[in-house]
Ligand binder design. Structure first.
Ligand code: SF4
Length: 445
């Protein structure tokens, strides 16, 4: 059976984020998040300028407290309106209220905004009133692994729980007739992320809502693995016509995320162009055979991942064959990369690592590289079956890595806690010791 490739964007409403509008009448927006400390205004402005140059249309900053909000004002002034800014707020609704008066958009996490439904309503209506007055947009950003206690008790950490958490806030916004909203539901597991966003879209359609969607695979990791994983998750939804803004999360500098996001978006938007007319997918007896005619290996890899993940899931295929007649690409390696990114097979150790942000208080990128190298050099093949999480802090840390076998989580300045499954086995150890201690833990278990 030949599967046609096509792209038809889902209709969504328009959300105004300063001078930028997000929604189906407008191009899919590319965004990223700074990994500088928001209190370091010089470094943040310099990074913002590099991100703008690399194609960012929206830039998010960690906003832990009111000091960060004041520094966001300074960063915004220094950038002279070159890009709308987003304050990323967790745990403190009072900080969201202040940030809504300082920047173009505020991201809140329903999982840690408030637990009690009456309190959620009171606080969220208050935030909406401030946003309405200041022309500020809100992103309701749900994450797998950081749901509220109440939602966890009712649904567990499931797609239904994530959607219920999001809808609770959306219904309040609709009732208050506030429409400058963008939604995101992210997970590091690509299949869970795709299933959940599809469920959210269906639930919204049932309730006649059409808010724009922000897509991303959270904690996708780095290097080729991170790019393929992002392409599998984000590509599956773009292929459905879902997605109005995209952030690729890599444990690299934010500037490196932007070309990946742009390449994915451009592929779907230009899918009708003759340059892709020879690309095909055939499904026979549970085997997906993908042919990509691109001559550029790096693009071909992204496009194949963007198409194959959803086809493997939707048609219940367990086998994949890749033909790349014009590109210098190792088809077998690409096949394994895609099957692993889609969660269908595990060929090597699975790494989940966050992109880092202003909350990260240790050298995240260096740590990821050291752990990956140490594990790759280890003689035990059993390590290949493990899932290891490396997280900058506890916001998404312990929750998002709950299905990881081991976790390395930032606990404070240059301090790290190590987890075995959900259990914290070493708390607040110095960063210099932490990689060695993690390897000892792996060896001893
Ligand atoms: S888990 Fe990583 S990216 Fe997420 S808030 Fe913590 S440090 Fe930032």
């Amino acid at each position: 059976m030949l599967i046609p490739f096509k792209y038809h964007r889902r209709t969504t409403s328009a959300t105004h984020v300063g001078k930028l509008t997000i929604g189906s009448e407008f191009p899919i927006r590319i965004q990223t998040m700074a990994n500088t400390s928001t209190d370091d205004v010089e470094a943040s402005v310099a990074q913002a300028q590099r991100c703008i140059k690399a194609g960012a249309e929206l830039l998010r900053f960690t906003t832990q407290g009111t000091r960060e909000v004041e520094n966001l004002r300074l960063i915004r002034e220094r950038l002279q309106g070159a890009i709308p800014l987003v304050a990323d707020v967790h745990f403190r609704s009072d900080v969201a209220d202040v940030a809504a008066q300082a920047v173009e958009k505020v991201r809140i996490n329903p999982g840690n905004y408030a637990n009690d439904p009456a309190l959620i309503r009171e606080r969220f209506l208050h935030l909406i009133a401030i946003c309405r007055e200041h022309g500020t947009a809100i992103r309701i950003g749900v994450n797998h692994g950081s749901l509220s206690q109440r939602i966890m008790e009712q649904y567990g950490d499931t797609p239904e729980g994530m959607v219920a958490s999001c809808m609770e806030f959306l219904r309040i916004a609709v009732e208050a007739d506030f429409s400058d909203i963008v939604l995101s539901i992210k997970a590091s597991d690509t299949h869970i992320m795709v299933q959940t966003v599809r469920l959210l879209v269906q639930t919204m359609e049932d309730e006649k809502m059409s808010f724009p969607l922000h897509l991303g695979v959270t904690e996708a990791g780095e290097g080729e693995d991170g790019r393929i994983k992002s392409a599998v998750g984000i590509g599956a939804l773009l292929a459905d016509g879902i997605g109005d803004t995209v952030r690729v999360s890599l444990s690299e500098e934010p500037e490196a995320e932007l070309p990946v996001a742009k390449a994915l978006v451009d592929y779907f938007v230009e899918l009708d162009s003759p340059r892709y007319h020879g690309n095909t997918a055939d499904i026979t007896d549970g085997t997906l055979t993908y042919t990509g005619i691109e001559s550029d290996a790096a693009l071909l890899r992204l496009h194949a991942a963007a198409e194959c993940g959803r086809l493997l899931w939707d048609y219940d295929c367990k086998r994949l064959v890749i033909h790349a007649p014009h590109a210098d690409v190792d088809s077998d390696t690409l096949k394994r990369d895609i099957l692993q990114a889609a969660g269908i097979c595990r060929y090597r150790t699975e790494f989940v690592s966050c992109p880092g942000c202003g909350r990260t208080m240790f050298d995240l990128q260096g740590t990821v590289a050291r752990i990956r190298q140490a594990v790759a050099e280890h003689p035990s093949p059993r390590l290949q079956q493990l899932k290891i999480a490396i997280m900058g802090c506890i916001v998404n840390g312990p929750g998002e890595m709950s299905d990881a076998d081991y976790g390395y989580v930032g606990a404070g300045r240059d301090r790290v806690s190590l987890y075995r499954g959900k259990e914290c086995v070493l708390k607040n150890i110095p960063q210099e010791e932490a990689v060695t201690r993690l390897l000892e833990l792996l060896e001893n278990n």
